[in-house]
Design a protein around this ligand. Structure first.
Ligand code: ADQ
Length: 488
């Protein structure tokens, strides 16, 4: 049934994501920015967060486990082994993730994967359906659940339903290599609002939908028949107050001073990434090797700390990258180390937010060089952790969504080891006044467009009735810095 009433802030939010990122035992399992932002919106509206528990069950029953964690109601379901293989490890992580990160070479096309993906999205829709009231706002997250909106429409739900894509949307020519691409993309137009991390991903979606479906662009919405989908550029941010609050924590101070003490007279370069082929780690290591080769004066004067906890170990391409990086770091250390200097410290574990803050702060250069990334929060965390009077320099991939918001970083082409090496050398030599100026500008952006701004902006668009939708100059859409003003 169509909405006619004016919507208010009190409408209940149902957030849906593959995993629910708050603990089910009263503890926070993963207090990432997403958890914080959604938790605030969910608490405010007395909402529910629905998703997979992460647990496996013998046979799917659709039984929902309800919990309350940190004041947030969660509803989770268990999946059976075949679902996890075909939907999560299969279509999500072996088909969509590589394809949407422009890695056609790693994209696995398998009918079972597509079938499992459709089945699990139907299971999500069937299980969620009884929880939905007519006025609820539904916010679906990420590439695991793209068809969920159309699955809910097929079950008769006329609620406002929005979708946020955390990763890039690929160019049409890449997407078209996926069997079933039309159905997948067509389903997206059943959402009322789609949020993208950057204008580039939004434009790629428009390019595809206007050609494949003859959808028409009206202001910032795509119209296809009766349905109108608003396309929002809404970059995710940090929980800035919480993150910057780590400056007072004992763990941050201890970690920073431990690193500073161990690196007397040396500049530390830091990388912090999930171990993933999209993060450009092999190229990064090769660039560091080139830096040491071309700049002998930097040997013994710099060190690279790369933190990369393994992820998705069930997928072969992830085991491969791990083996590659072990070999590369061993090779570089073998070639350059001296009795009291190790060029690369490569650490495969996770750290707490406070420890990460201390690590970022001790580093003269933050090296963030993904080959492709929806946003990249590490870039923002590195900037937020710096001491404004003596900040380090962010070296950032042009192909991360974050580059559109942070043109004051030293932007590099992550495919070119020469460009990365030159960027690191520039960062290491940068005078204090320039470092301060660049840092100040980036910090202002990160502070203004934090994670609460992100969720409030999306929620405002979701709650808006179609005839209330603003003209294209709306101020609730991120006005991103002019890329032309970017300094290399
Ligand atoms: P990710 O690909 O996981 O996220 P990213 O945005 O960098 O990438 O987020 C990683 C988070 O994990 C950061 O908050 C970081 O601090 C944390 N992390 C990484 N290594 C860690 C370690 N060793 N110890 C502890 N914490 C660690 C996806 C998309 C991104 C998008 C986000 C959010 O791929 O492009 O920015 O979602 O939308």
């Amino acid at each position: 049934m169509p909405h006619t009433q004016t919507q208010t802030q009190t409408q209940r939010l149902i957030a849906v994501s593959n995993r629910v990122a708050v603990g089910t035992d009263g503890e926070s399992a993963n207090r990432g920015g997403l958890a914080v932002a959604l938790a605030a919106a969910l608490r405010q509206s007395n909402g529910i967060w629905f998703g997979w528990s992460g647990e496996q069950t013998e046979e799917f029953t659709g039984q929902i486990a309800f919990h309350r964690a940190d004041g947030v109601a969660t509803a989770t379901i268990d999946l059976e082994a075949q679902d996890i293989d075909e939907y999560y490890n299969g279509f999500a992580n072996r088909t969509l993730w590589p394809l949407f990160h422009y890695r056609l070479d790693l994209t696995e096309i398998a009918r079972d994967f597509a079938g499992g993906y459709a089945r699990v999205n139907e299971r999500f829709a069937d299980t969620l359906a009884p929880l939905i009231a007519p006025d609820d706002l539904i916010w679906v997250h990420d590439y695991h659940l793209m068809p969920l909106g159309s699955q809910l429409r097929a079950r008769g739900f006329a609620n406002r339903i929005g979708f946020f894509l955390h990763i890039p949307w690929p160019p049409p020519s890449l997407l078209m290599s996926l069997p079933g691409h039309r159905e997948l993309a067509r389903g997206m137009l059943d959402y009322d609002v789609i949020g993208f991390q950057s204008e580039e991903w939004r434009q790629a979606f428009i390019d595809y939908a206007t050609v494949q479906f003859e959808a028409t662009l009206e202001a910032e919405a795509l119209r296809l028949g009766e349905r109108c989908t608003r396309l929002l550029v809404c970059p995710i941010g940090l929980d800035i107050d919480d993150f910057a609050g780590a400056v007072h924590s004992m763990a941050a101070k201890q970690t920073e001073s431990r690193l500073v003490t161990s690196a007397v007279g040396r500049d530390m370069i830091v990388g912090v990434d999930r171990l993933d082929y999209s993060k450009g780690l092999q190229e990064r290591f090769a660039a560091y090797e080139l830096l040491l080769t071309d700049h002998p004066e930097l040997r013994e004067k710099v060190s690279l700390l790369q933190i990369a906890p393994p992820s998705r170990g069930d997928v072969a391409s992830y085991r491969q990258i791990r083996a590659d990086l072990d070999a590369l770091s061993g090779h570089i250390n073998g070639a350059f180390a001296s009795i009291d200097w190790v060029p690369i410290r490569y650490v495969n574990q996770g750290y707490s937010r406070d420890e990460l803050f201390g690590i970022y702060r001790a580093a003269r250069v933050g090296l963030v060089t993904p080959l492709r990334d929806g946003m990249n929060l590490v870039a923002k965390e590195y900037v937020a952790a710096q001491e404004p009077a003596d900040p380090g320099v962010l070296v950032l991939s042009r192909f991360a969504g974050a580059a559109a918001q942070l043109p004051q970083a030293v932007l590099v082409n992550p495919h070119s080891i020469e460009d990365i090496a030159e960027g690191i050398a520039r960062a290491l030599a940068m005078p204090l006044a320039e470092r301060q100026e660049r840092h100040q500008a980036m910090l202002a952006t990160i502070t203004k467009h934090d994670v609460l701004w992100w969720s409030e902006t999306f929620m405002a668009a979701l709650a808006e009735q179609p005839d209330e939708a603003p003209a294209p100059t709306s101020t609730n859409v991120a006005r991103l810095p002019d890329a032309a003003s970017a300094r290399r």
